[in-house]
Write a protein that binds this ligand. Structure first.
Ligand code: DX5
Ligand code: ZN
Length: 232
């Protein structure tokens, strides 16, 4: 199994929305690789968060990529708005799109990287016929809708399966595909998550809830990277 570099993507769902510019600058300074941007529509998921206007507002505050996770249904109408707002990577849940291949093509045509998100109970067969069109596969390790939930352990064998699929795809000459995990990632479980094959970890409450006494955002980012290496 390949062991790629670990990317950490703090989810701003757990940030202080009253001072979001400052928050994203702080996570970039603390060593974040991506800003994870959770979009919820109170339809696909039972919560309502932020849209393209907020993406556009934070864009000038950081150089790192913005990883937009669409928890919306349908997906196609909102994709161009996020591309225009400065998203670098756009992922969506395949069961929320009527035409998955078309939605992926739309994201690419707009100059962004594209990915599919699989919920804990969503089978990995969704990726079967679009592997060549994916820059990222995101496995949800909680049911989408809220930050601060507990990591669902069955994500670990699922990660191993998808990691094997990606490695076989790349070995056969396919493009690289990032494998991201989202939900309940903490210092005490990131080691086994990375060992199971994730190369990109979202962490919301773990990062934004980090106590100042433990070094704040910088301290927790270092602790996450350190813990990830320990268990590889
Ligand atoms: C859940 C979101 C996650 C969430 C992660 O629907 O997609 O990105 O913010 O938060 P934590 O890390 O607190 O589980
Ligand atoms: Zn997310």
């Amino acid at each position: 199994m390949t062991q790629p570099t670990l990317r950490i993507a703090p989810s701003i769902l757990s940030a202080n929305f009253a001072r979001l510019g400052e928050e994203v600058r702080a996570i970039e300074a603390a060593g974040a690789d991506l800003v994870h941007f959770d979009v919820m529509d109170n339809h696909y998921v039972p919560n309502l968060t932020i849209g393209p206007l907020v993406c556009e507002a934070i864009r000038p505050h950081v150089k790192i990529g913005i990883d937009v996770h669409l928890m919306v249904e349908p997906v196609d109408a909102i994709i161009p708005l996020f591309a225009k707002a400065g998203a670098n990577l756009i992922t969506f849940h395949p069961e929320a799109s009527r035409h998955v291949d078309r939605s992926l093509a739309m994201i690419h045509d707009l100059g962004c990287k594209a990915g599919l998100v699989l919920n804990p109970a969503t089978p990995i067969t969704w990726i079967d016929h679009v592997m060549d069109k994916l820059d990222m596969i995101l496995l949800m390790s909680v049911n989408p809708g809220f930050g601060g939930q507990k990591f669902i352990a069955s994500t670990l064998p699922k990660l191993r399966l998808v990691r094997a699929r990606i490695d076989a795809h790349v070995a056969a000459g396919g493009q690289p595909i990032w494998l991201e995990v989202d939900g309940g990632v903490k210092v005490d479980n990131i080691g086994e998550i990375v060992a199971a094959g994730a190369d990109t970890c979202v962490a919301g409450s773990a990062v934004f809830g980090a106590p100042d006494a433990d070094g704040g955002y910088k301290g927790v980012m270092q602790a996450l990277r350190h813990a990830a290496q320990q268990n590889c």
